[in-house]
Design a binder for this molecule. Structure first.
Ligand code: CA
Length: 226
């Protein structure tokens, strides 16, 4: 999952970026509305976290502009103000959800999880493909009755694959959703992490879930949906 964070208070920005990266999200940042809009128009983010009071365009204007340009990425608004009018204005600008400062980091995470799954078939805390289970809260996987420890990046990759079962995902698309601009990898890094993941979830099993699509990328096969 790749998130764009637009916030002008440096302390909050640094804290949120670090916390989200520790959870396995790829995070790009902007500290003003104009840069935020530019980034949001340039990459396919999974969620945007947008402060309202920003230098340059404010969060409401940024959100408005994105919706005008038919960018439907879920937007979580952050604000210090909490009146009914503020909330209504935020939602009317095209935001999907709203969080009032100060907030608990856990709540931000829960809202991001909810927003990133909004259109997905999978709204449960546990995702399942065949006998492979992924717990989106504890970030652990299970295949059959064997539990599997995942590194932060392995978790993020498996979650991304499981959110798009049976879809062919190019290396570029996978890289864009898993790494921020700052850490943009060579495309063979995707291959490396796929290899790690295969070792953990597929190698000991007859039935393989991760399929290589020659010349393109990868596909997670859901045997129940084929
Ligand atoms: Ca602000």
């Amino acid at each position: 999952m790749r998130i764009l964070l637009v916030e002008d208070e440096k302390k909050i920005l640094d804290f949120l970026k670090q916390g989200l990266e520790e959870q396995g999200y790829a995070v790009d940042i902007a500290d003003n509305g104009n840069d935020g809009l530019h980034w949001a128009l340039s990459f396919a983010y999974d969620v945007l976290v947008l402060d309202i009071m920003l230098p340059g365009k404010d969060g409401l204007a940024v959100c408005h502009e994105l919706r005008n340009q038919r960018i439907i990425t879920p937007v979580l608004m952050l604000t210090a103000r909490d009146t009914v009018d503020d909330r209504v204005t935020g939602l009317d600008s095209g935001a999907d959800d709203y969080l009032v400062k100060p907030f608990a980091f856990r709540e931000l995470l829960a809202r991001i999880r909810a927003l990133s799954r909004r259109d997905s078939f999978q709204k449960l805390m546990t995702m399942r493909v065949g006998d492979l289970l992924l717990d989106t809260i504890t970030h652990t996987a299970q295949r059959g009755d064997r539990s599997i420890d995942l590194s932060t990046k392995e978790y993020a990759l498996l979650e991304f694959l499981m959110l798009h079962p049976n879809q062919v995902l190019s290396r570029t698309v996978i890289a864009e959703h898993l790494w921020s601009y700052e850490y943009a990898p060579d495309s063979n890094v995707v291959d490396v992490y796929i290899r790690y993941l295969r070792k953990k979830i597929d190698d000991d099993h007859e039935e393989k879930y991760i399929r290589t699509i020659r010349g393109t990328g990868y596909q997670l096969v859901n045997p129940d949906q084929v």
